[in-house]
Design a binder for this molecule. Structure first.
Ligand SMILES: [Zn+2]
Ligand SMILES: [Zn+2]
Ligand SMILES: [Zn+2]
Length: 214
């Protein structure tokens, strides 16, 4: 079987497992190419998948192969939407072409360029690469969530780790923005932060989403 065909099938299997319906019929429907039953049998013989009635499962080797393909595909999507400013509707065919030509070294560079994104433009998770793990370690060395900061220590806000706008709006409306210097006044019974001349009680959950420079 051609590599490109194999990669497309693995990709379709991965997506159908994500949706929780890895049935041969469904996989054939989402695949970008025509997949006959023979193709599944070949993959099973090669030790890439297991077939149980109509249900498909990856072997450990198969899952790792598919993970790499999915990562390339979804990074290619991010590249096209974020950097090349392409429209989401027009990229599907393009993403599948890119993923087959992105070499592993380039994948890491693109992931780094894009800031190690966690989800593709469709909202599906992008499997992590080595570059993402290293970047996370680096961040952990210099940044920490506010709830882990000792009381009385003055720290500077780096960023807010939340997409929930009400929380963001609340913090910003109090003048808390990246760069603001704050101190944890007390942690219990309520979590109170002090900045400039004011004090603000925040939920612990909110404090854990405020990242500060160590
Ligand atoms: Zn693809
Ligand atoms: Zn996507
Ligand atoms: Zn990365």
């Amino acid at each position: 079987m051609e590599d490109i065909k194999k990669e497309e099938i693995l990709e379709a299997i991965w997506s159908s497992i994500e949706k929780g319906d890895a049935i041969i019929n469904n996989i054939q429907k989402i695949a970008q190419i025509n997949v006959d039953l023979e193709a599944f049998n070949i993959l099973e013989k090669e030790g890439i998948i297991k077939i149980d009635n109509n249900k498909i499962e990856f072997t450990e080797i198969g899952r790792e192969k598919a993970r790499i393909i999915i990562r390339r595909h979804r990074l290619a999507e991010r590249l096209m939407v974020d950097i090349l400013d392409m429209n989401l509707d027009s990229i599907e065919a393009g993403a599948c072409e890119y993923e087959h030509i992105l070499a592993p070294g380039i994948t890491e560079s693109i992931c780094t360029l894009l800031g190690h994104p966690k989800i593709c433009p469709h909202g599906n998770p992008i499997p992590e690469g080595k570059c993402c793990q290293e970047a996370r370690k680096e961040v952990e060395n210099v940044l920490t969530p506010l709830d882990k900061v000792e009381t009385g220590k003055k720290v500077k806000i780096a960023y807010f780790s939340t997409q929930r706008h009400p929380i963001l709006h609340k913090l910003i409306s109090f003048g808390l923005v990246p760069g603001t210097k704050i101190t944890v006044h007390q942690k219990s019974p309520s979590f109170i932060i002090q900045f400039e001349n004011s004090q603000l009680a925040v939920e612990k959950e909110v404090a854990s989403r405020i990242f500060v420079w160590k």
